[in-house]
Design a protein. Structure first.
Length: 103
């Protein structure tokens, strides 16, 4: 899965991604840009998702107890257990496919 989580009250999406990437991967973001805004209506609720392309320093490592493994993958070796949504987003970014708004 891609790193992420909820935005806290009073927090911007930009601040939230920096916090989540630190909490989950122990990485500091040195540059980021918004890739897209998406909507997920799974699990009986509506989630608004902002996806960032981030440049970081260092190597990822699990940051908290909910993360079992953290690592970078080569562009052509997406993990077999990556979610369909993660695969779509990677394809849109890496191959320049059209971006669909539904997560």
């Amino acid at each position: 899965m891609l790193p992420g989580g909820g935005i806290r009250k009073g927090e911007t999406a930009e601040a939230a991604i920096e916090r989540e990437v630190w909490e989950e991967l122990r990485l500091r973001i040195v540059r980021k840009e918004v890739f897209g805004q998406f909507v997920s209506k799974r699990e009986g609720k509506t989630d608004n998702i902002t996806l960032f392309i981030c440049h970081t320093q260092g190597d990822p490592r699990p940051g908290d107890l909910e993360i079992l493994e953290a690592k970078f993958y080569a562009r052509d070796s997406t993990p077999a257990n990556a979610s369909p949504a993660t695969r779509r987003r990677l394809s849109e970014f890496l191959e320049g496919c059209s971006v669909q708004q539904e997560w």
